[in-house]
Write a protein that binds this ligand. Structure first.
Ligand code: NAP
Ligand code: ZN
Ligand code: ZN
Length: 347
């Protein structure tokens, strides 16, 4: 076993503290990665505070992991020592069910092995995430990182990138599409960049007037302040697709009113409590309310290659791991521009 330094939440809601645990020695199909950077996703905060229920402790969060390959197992063919590699939200799945065979491992009928707050497919061994010095992962769940991308900026692509790329692709966004992005945080800023790169006209829908300049710099053609009721009137029926990234309770009905006939609002943000949806919000305009969960491994690689080609990375604030609890507090105040990324050299 490999003794590994980390930061963990030891109990629900406790501040993260230094902790150590054992990683497995890499098996014959495993890649051992020395972690360089790990992004801080709002899901890390929800789970460390057990806001969705059933969380496992001690918890080492982190599923936006980038590093260098330190060792490969005998049967590994796609990676060699020294390569840059990434691990996102999943480290394994059954690989045999219908969704797995379609490359939708996030919907594995046996339940994927998520990178933390989960178990390996033996359903016993806890998984620990990227707020740690290294990780062993089957090469089938290890991603190739284009060399054109800065590694700190590329880390958030492994969750924020794929979570927004996947619905943009699934709802066939392209030139001429009118896309609204709700919430300018980690996911939201990637949705703006990716939607704009796909040719869409993107409008940022935000509660923070101070973010308008950034939204436009990131590629938004328009901006709507959602604390002003006039915004909902001005943009009524406007969007083919709305991607809702808000992490806190809010009124879906208000945002649905901005979706056009046959358009869709896709929820990716996961507020801790359910939200009532009125039938009129959907039957008016034959609208769809949908959801989307990260993305499968093949699509994650496709997204990374797309970002490599278009030189798209996340706007990041690189932090030492000792300041992780402050970073959580700032994220909760919507004061993140636009993703905190931990430099694991500081651990
Ligand atoms: P984040 O960086 O904290 O961004 C969330 C943004 O939502 C904030 O910057 C803020 O934007 C807006 N917001 C926050 N509180 C709000 C409120 N009370 N009312 C209205 N707007 C509010 O979070 P993130 O990392 O992007 O994650 C966003 C959500 O997606 C989280 O719930 C996370 O768990 C979830 N998530 C889901 C998936 C998936 O697969 N579906 C994957 C990753 C994350 P403005 O300042 O612009 O208003
Ligand atoms: Zn995430
Ligand atoms: Zn499966």
């Amino acid at each position: 076993m490999l003794r590994t330094k980390a930061y963990a939440a030891l109990t629900p809601g406790a501040p993260l503290v230094p902790w150590e645990f054992d990683r497995r020695d890499p098996g014959e199909r495993d890649v051992l990665i020395d972690i360089e950077y790990c992004g801080v996703c709002h899901s890390d905060i929800h789970q460390a505070r057990d806001e969705w229920g059933g969380a496992l402790f001690p918890m080492v969060p982190g599923h936006e992991i980038i590093g260098r390959v330190a060792k490969v197992g005998a049967k590994v063919t796609r990676f060699k020592v020294g390569d840059r590699a990434g691990v996102g939200c999943m480290v394994d799945s059954c690989r045999d069910c219908a969704p797995c065979r379609r490359g939708l491992e996030q919907f594995c009928v046996k339940g994927a092995a998520f990178s933390y707050n989960s178990t390996e497919m033996d359903r016993k061994t806890p998984t620990y995430g990227g707020y740690s010095k290294r990780i062993a992962c089957d090469e089938a769940f290890t991603l190739k990182i284009p060399s054109s991308l800065d590694p700190a900026g590329a880390a958030p692509l492994l969750c924020a990138g794929i979570t927004t790329y996947s619905p943009l692709r699934h709802w066939k966004v392209g030139k001429g599409s009118k896309v609204g992005v709700v919430g300018l945080g980690g996911l939201g800023h990637m949705a703006v960049k990716l939607g704009a790169a796909m040719g869409a006209e993107v409008t940022m829908l935000s509660t923070s007037p101070s973010k308008e300049g950034d939204a436009r710099r990131l590629g938004a053609a328009g901006f709507g302040l959602t604390t002003d009721p006039a915004t909902f009137k001005r943009l009524a029926g406007r969007f083919d697709l709305i991607i809702d990234t808000i992490s806190a309770p809010h009124d879906y009905n208000a945002y649905l009113s901005m979706v056009t006939i046959d358009g869709a609002m896709v929820v990716v943000g996961v507020p801790p409590a359910p939200t009532p949806v009125h039938a009129f919000s959907l039957i008016q305009g034959r609208r769809t309310l949908a959801g989307s969960l990260i993305g499968g491994i093949p699509e994650t690689q496709e997204m990374l290659d797309f970002c490599g080609e278009h030189r798209i990375v996340s706007d990041v604030e690189v932090i030492p791991i000792a300041t992780i609890n402050e970073a959580y507090q700032r994220t909760l105040k919507s004061d993140v521009r636009y993703r905190f990324v931990i430099d694991l050299a500081t651990l």
